[in-house]
Design a protein around this ligand. Structure first.
Ligand SMILES: [Zn+2]
Length: 232
């Protein structure tokens, strides 16, 4: 049998040294289902666990796609702020869910230190919320959903959204769905309305259908909540 994980050697753009990391072969990725906020479930190994590269030498961590894209003073910031606190350890082997959580938290720390884009910070936080969902830790899942909402709201109002994974409509949809998940129904409905009135929605049929379904669910949940707490 072919090994599902393979090893790659990466040159760190901060300290210029090499380290190894594992990746999952595309042919080994078997998705079994997705939640309404796109959280995927896999039969077998989860490729998201390997999405963040961590340099064993200096502690720099980021998504594979943004790992090498650095601004001129990023190097100094990592060396001044991240490296002194870094207890060298390798994430180059097979990763458990807890290992994956640690690597994403390192990526979040680096994103904050390097003042990364809000859409990127939101993406890291969204995945952390999924990881806590896998674990069944509802409290931490909610905490990271709130962080995701906060970052995506800032991304929507302050940045040109040009993420490799989520376009503007997907981010608006996620803001609707994530607010629904933390019982902010008014905000949820407001964001879903923005999806449905988006000029490009007609070219995103699957998102349009999903939005109508989740919008209806948010309305029903809001009504039920008002019925249970008439004063609220
Ligand atoms: Zn490094």
């Amino acid at each position: 049998m072919i090994e599902e994980l393979y090893e790659r050697t990466i040159r760190c753009p901060i300290c210029n040294r090499d380290f190894v990391t594992k990746k999952l072969r595309t042919s080994a990725i078997r998705i079994s289902k997705r939640d309404q906020d796109f959280c995927p479930y896999y039969d077998g190994e989860n490729p998201l666990f390997y999405g963040v590269f961590v340099c064993i030498h200096c502690g720099y961590a980021a998504f594979e796609k943004s790992f090498s894209k650095k601004k001129p003073d990023d190097k100094k910031r990592v060396i001044d702020i991240i490296t002194p606190r870094w207890n060298s350890r390798s994430f180059g082997g097979k990763r458990s869910l807890d290992d994956a959580i640690e690597t994403y938290k390192l990526a979040l720390l680096c994103c904050n230190v390097l003042e990364g884009k809000n859409s990127e910070i939101g993406k890291v936080c969204l995945r952390l919320s999924w990881f806590y969902r896998y674990k069944g830790d509802v409290e931490k899942e909610r905490k990271f959903i709130f962080f995701t909402i906060n970052s995506f709201e800032k991304a929507f109002t302050g940045e040109r959204i040009n993420s490799d994974e989520y376009d503007e409509i997907a981010i608006l949809y996620l803001l609707g769905e994530l607010n629904r998940r933390v019982d902010n129904y008014n905000k949820s409905i407001m964001w879903f309305d923005k999806v449905l009135s988006h000029p490009q929605i007609k070219s995103k049929r699957h998102i349009e259908i999903k939005t109508r379904e989740q919008w209806g669910l948010a309305r029903a949940q809001h009504k039920a909540m008002k019925k249970a707490n008439p004063g609220a």
